[in-house]
Design a protein around this ligand. Structure first.
Ligand SMILES: Nc1ncnc2c1ncn2[C@@H]1O[C@H](COP(=O)(O)OP(=O)(O)OP(=O)(O)O)[C@@H](O)[C@H]1O
Length: 684
């Protein structure tokens, strides 16, 4: 059946060359003829319109060619500032790999673990890890698309990454709204969601929460794998890469997935798929096979030819033996027999290099390279990278992200429910310990203590609320940003906005409970100011949490670096160390301490109105009472003296607010910059 389709498919290849070529007027620009000038964005738009309509009709065809692909692992650094060992050699991971896959082909990439299959897929999709050095050429229809290859392809990666609290349908709808071409109507997108749900057998779990293994129960591992497929095939890409397509699936589902891929390939798609231990039935579905060993190509071509090639090399596959297993076993490097096995691998790979099968690939590659237009590559690359990286507008990105983040807030117990319960509990305990404090000499210490405790409590709860959740989401963000779902600013802004209500309401509950239980200065104005200061503190801590989370790569790292950074700031808050006693060489650290500014503001708000503080005294019988006329040592007679004693200055009122606002914005801006840099450098 495939044989019959070949002439049709080769026709499609030539039609793609026409598609990729810019319309004639743009050609006139290149030639300096301005008679009918199109702007670059118009060309991009035309190109995309063609692409979108052709994609929906399934007519676009892509031939992928790669040539002289070498990837080396750089030696690891010897520690801080010392760089890599100059005597260490880079370790080769891929060696002179080449190949061609035509439209309508489902290619299986086989090989033992560590043979370089994932590295090859990453290299073909321009995902270069900083530790790896890549050289070589990857062409789409003879054109080097560079990183823009991602815009015409989809990549189902080995690990499934999802927002755990979304349902299957919500996740796919999110993808459809952001990733499908902007010329496609909303109704058509929603229909496509239903199509992929049906195609990939997700109907039964469409309304289920996706979940996260080990953290939140959700859909099964196999369903998650199918969901990864569904997310990627949503856009009907002409070129599809799948890493470990069937891992975690039972044999029925594995066959089902490969059948789906086969059906897609038969509609003209080009599909490359790494696969571990395919059953004979699954193996038989593939049109072509690429066998990798020790970073080299041991064979590439049709499955029947593979049997012939291995037989010629002296490794005939026994009858009734799964060929995929046979190739992997033949090329495996067995512990204890490394030299012998590696020699065998080299012999087979060298044998392939000299074989007629390799010759055929070389000829096909050469034909495609000569027919590709390099002028077109420049135009299309610019078109892709400038105006068409994102399929959806900024407003749509914001709307979808806000909705997703809001749903997460509501459904993730740690975000609102647990924090609400935690806040009420801590507030009540704190309120009971400091219940209705007297404004006397002892009360001064207690009141200052409770004010500082409120700041400390808000600091720790809010910083940890962020660092416990944000780093989990970062790999998802990097992957989604990598495939052009949304911009860094729309992600960060929507996250801040969606989380804002929780970071206002929860701290406000704490202030409401404790202000009146403790008996702080009895005035609505002072209460509102106190609430304002503490809400500012809570949100500075959220900013600080964002900053730590973006610096760290995981929750564990964020939890490890958070406290050592916070404790010095806490020390300079004016409670443990008098503001006037801070060593000069640490003054700079004091400037970063929100504890210092907020503690000063809360103290001023509390004490500036208090004209009289009762002093302890002795009555005739020698008892110490506040009302006796013979006073004992009296440290503070009014609020002003309290402020003076703690080196708080009422003149700093506006400055403290300004500095708190600066920290709030400054930490967030820094977090955004780090996130932006990470996103741009990410290979996800
Ligand atoms: N970023 C990296 N840092 C260190 N080593 C790497 C890196 N990327 C790849 N490697 C090494 O390169 C080799 C090939 O890795 P790759 O993941 O491509 O293999 P694979 O064939 O996909 O294996 P598997 O089937 O187990 O996923 C392995 O030895 C791996 O350890």
């Amino acid at each position: 059946m495939m044989e019959e389709e070949k002439p049709l498919l080769s026709k499609k290849i030539s039609s793609v060359h026409v598609d990729l070529e810019p319309p004639t007027p743009y050609g006139s620009i290149i030639a300096g003829n301005n008679s009918s000038v199109l702007t670059q964005s118009e060309v991009a738009s035309q190109f995309r319109q063609k692409r979108s309509s052709s994609l929906l009709d399934g007519h676009e065809a892509v031939t992928l060619t790669w040539q002289n692909v070498n990837v080396n692992l750089n030696p690891p650094s010897r520690g801080c500032c010392r760089g890599p060992d100059p005597n260490a050699r880079p370790k080769p991971i891929l060696r002179n790999v080449h190949g061609t896959v035509k439209p309508g082909t489902l290619l299986a990439i086989l090989g033992a673990s560590g043979s370089g299959k994932t590295t090859l897929l990453n290299s073909l999709t321009s995902r270069f890890h900083p530790m790896l050095d890549f050289t070589g050429e990857v062409l789409v229809n003879g054109v080097n698309f560079g990183r823009s290859i991602r815009n015409i392809s989809a990549y189902v990666q080995q690990d499934d990454l999802f927002i755990a609290t979304m349902t299957v349908r919500e996740h796919l709808t999110f993808r459809a709204l952001l990733r499908m071409d902007k010329n496609i109507s909303k109704e058509r997108r929603l229909r496509r969601v239903e199509e992929v749900i049906n195609e990939l057998g997700l109907t039964k779990c469409a309304e289920n929460i996706i979940g996260a293994p080990g953290r939140m129960k959700g859909i099964s591992g196999g369903e998650m794998r199918r969901l990864s497929f569904a997310s990627e095939v949503m856009t009907n890409p002409p070129l599809l890469f799948c890493d470990e397509a069937t891992s975690g699936l039972d044999s029925f589902m594995a066959e089902n997935i490969v059948q789906t891929l086969k059906a897609m390939a038969s509609r003209g798609k080009t599909i490359l798929c790494t696969i571990h231990q395919p059953s004979s039935e699954v193996y038989a579905l593939f049109d072509q096979v690429l066998v990798m060993a020790e970073g080299r190509v041991a064979y590439m071509g049709s499955s029947p030819d593979a049997l012939e090639f291995f037989k010629e090399q002296g490794y005939a596959c026994p009858l009734n033996y799964n060929p995929a297993d046979f190739y992997i076993m033949t090329l495996a490097v067995v512990h204890g027999r490394e030299t012998e096995c590696r020699d065998r691998v080299e012999d087979i790979c060298d044998g392939f290099k000299q074989s007629k099968f390799d010759q055929k690939i070389e000829e096909e590659s050469a034909a495609i390279r000569t027919s590709g237009s390099h002028d077109v590559s420049v135009i299309t690359e610019n078109a892709f990278s400038n105006s068409t990286r994102y399929e959806s507008s900024w407003v749509r990105q914001m709307a979808c992200l806000l909705k997703r983040c809001w749903l997460t807030n509501i459904r993730e117990p740690m975000v609102i429910r647990v924090r609400f319960a935690q806040t009420v509990m801590i507030s009540v305990i704190l309120g009971l310990i400091y219940l209705r404090l007297d404004v006397d000499q002892k009360g001064v210490q207690n009141i200052n203590g409770v004010l500082f405790l409120l700041i400390t409590n808000l600091t720790f709860t809010n910083v940890f609320a962020v660092v416990n959740a944000f780093p989990i989401e970062l790999p998802i963000f990097l992957r989604e940003y990598g495939i052009g779902l949304y911009r860094v600013d729309s992600y960060f802004l929507s996250k801040m906005l969606a989380e804002l209500p929780a970071f206002i309401i929860i701290p406000f509950i704490l202030v409401c409970i404790d202000y009146w239980m403790v008996g702080l200065y009895d005035s609505a104005e002072a209460f509102l100011i106190c609430a304002g200061i503490l809400l500012l503190v809570a949100n500075i801590c959220v900013s600080f949490g964002y900053l730590i989370s973006t610096i760290a790569n995981s929750v564990n790292m964020a939890l490890a670096i958070g406290p050592p950074l916070m404790v010095p700031l806490l020390m300079f808050g004016g409670f443990f160390l008098n503001a006037g006693s801070v060593p000069k060489y640490f003054i700079w650290l004091e400037y970063l301490s929100w504890f210092k500014y907020s503690n000063e503001l809360l103290a001023i708000n509390q004490w500036k109105h208090i004209d009289h503080i009762a002093c302890p005294a002795q009555n005739e019988s020698g008892d110490v009472t506040p009302n006796s006329n013979k006073t004992l040592g009296c440290q503070y007679r009014n609020g002003e003296q309290v402020l003076k004693y703690f080196s708080f200055d009422e003149d700093n009122w506006n400055l403290d607010f300004a500095l708190l606002a600066t920290l709030l914005v400054g930490f967030r801006v820094l977090a955004f910059i780090i996130l932006f840099i990470k996103a741009r450098r990410s290979t996800a």
